[in-house]
Design a protein around this ligand. Structure first.
Ligand code: DAH
Length: 343
């Protein structure tokens, strides 16, 4: 009996199993209900009593040995099956769709970056604004046409016509909020969305974006303003960019100017974007009116300052030659996808 047990053991040890079919026949041959183990255990009753204990122990060990071989191989086969499934080398690589930043965001970040290099921080204000911050504190007389229903989207809160709010028509409202809350020196830019009641076309939209700039300190001059804007134009449009200031009027600045930049599309030779003038208007600016400083609690005898407001869509048009304002808000991926390499 001992020899038979030993023979079966070395038989089991020598068997190579490399597939689940082979494993199954191994199980049937040794561990199955008509298998070798069953057969040997069946013969235990013929063993003389004094050897029963020893032989029983040997049989138990053998069964243990056969079972653990079965378990081990089974586990190996299962884990290698799973890794074969995971590793399909013929499978095409997964396509990763890369997004792109919106062109207006790209330009907005660039403007912030340019001004941060000369010490400007960023401030923000609400898009739903009250009359004081959007108009009155900025020296708009009560009858000013910009307050007219045609330009401004008004919002009435409840039934009280006195509690009237507007969607801000410009980011100049943020100037007022900053001056109310901070003491000079102030050097800040305020990017944001603004709203006007205009018919939508290639050249006008009911919402667009501006970046407001404000600098208040002792002895700030118009020359400081001009130099700051020239620095901006060169950083934004290249070393060759030129600016030109034309006298203008805004209620909140005195004197006021509109600023043109040399047309980068035709190098000032004349094209349909600059309407054959070689220049494109990009912003309004001026020295902050003393009334505006006083309205926000800043002593206009001690301090002076300048302000400017630029249109982000216009600057984006010059940088990326986008000539239809509607493209910015249509979310057409054929348009947006073209800015993938821009950052
Ligand atoms: N708020 C003006 C607009 O929306 C732009 C502007 C002009 C802003 C002159 C200023 C400024 O700060 O000084 O057209």
């Amino acid at each position: 009996m001992k020899e038979r047990i030993e023979a079966v053991k070395s038989n089991i040890a020598g068997i190579k199993i490399s597939s689940s079919a082979e494993l199954e026949s191994y199980r049937i041959e040794f561990l199955g209900s008509k298998g070798k183990m069953k057969e040997l255990f069946g013969e235990l009753k013929n063993v003389p009593n004094e050897e029963k204990k020893e032989i029983g122990q040997l049989l138990n060990d053998l069964r243990q040995f056969a079972q653990s071989k079965y378990d081990e191989v089974k586990e190996q086969l299962e884990s290698s099956d799973a890794s074969i499934e995971k590793l399909d080398l013929s499978r095409p690589e997964e396509y990763i769709a890369l997004g792109a930043r919106h062109p207006l965001s790209l330009v907005r970040s660039e403007i912030i970056e340019i001004f941060s290099r000369i010490g400007y921080n960023v401030s923000e204000g609400p898009e739903i604004e009250d009359d004081w911050h959007n108009f009155s504190a900025l020296n708009f007389p009560p009858e000013h046409p910009a307050r007219d229903m045609q330009d401004t989207f008004f919002i009435q809160k409840g039934n009280n016509p006195k509690e009237e709010f507007a969607l801000r028509t410009h980011t100049s409202s943020v100037q007022v909020r900053v001056m109310e809350n901070q003491k000079p020196p102030i050097r800040t830019i305020s990017p944001g969305r603004v709203y006007r009641n205009e018919a939508i076309s290639a050249r006008a939209h009911c919402f667009f974006h501006q970046v407001e700039g404000l600098y208040i300190d002792k002895d700030v001059s118009f020359a400081d303003l001009k130099q700051t804007l020239l620095y901006f134009a060169k950083e934004m449009f290249g070393e060759k960019a030129k600016i030109r200031l034309r006298p203008s009027y805004f209620p909140f600045t005195e004197p006021s100017a509109e600023v043109d930049v040399s047309c980068t599309i035709c190098n000032s030779k004349g094209c349909n974007v600059c309407k054959y003038t070689g220049w494109l208007e990009i912003l309004g600016c001026g020295m902050v009116d003393p009334n505006v400083l006083e309205a926000s609690g800043i002593d206009s005898k001690a301090y002076s300052g300048f302000a400017f407001g630029m249109g982000v869509e216009r600057i984006t048009q010059l940088k990326y030659r986008v000539n239809d304002l509607r493209l910015y808000s249509e979310n057409d991926v054929r348009f947006l996808g073209q800015f993938k390499s821009a950052f």
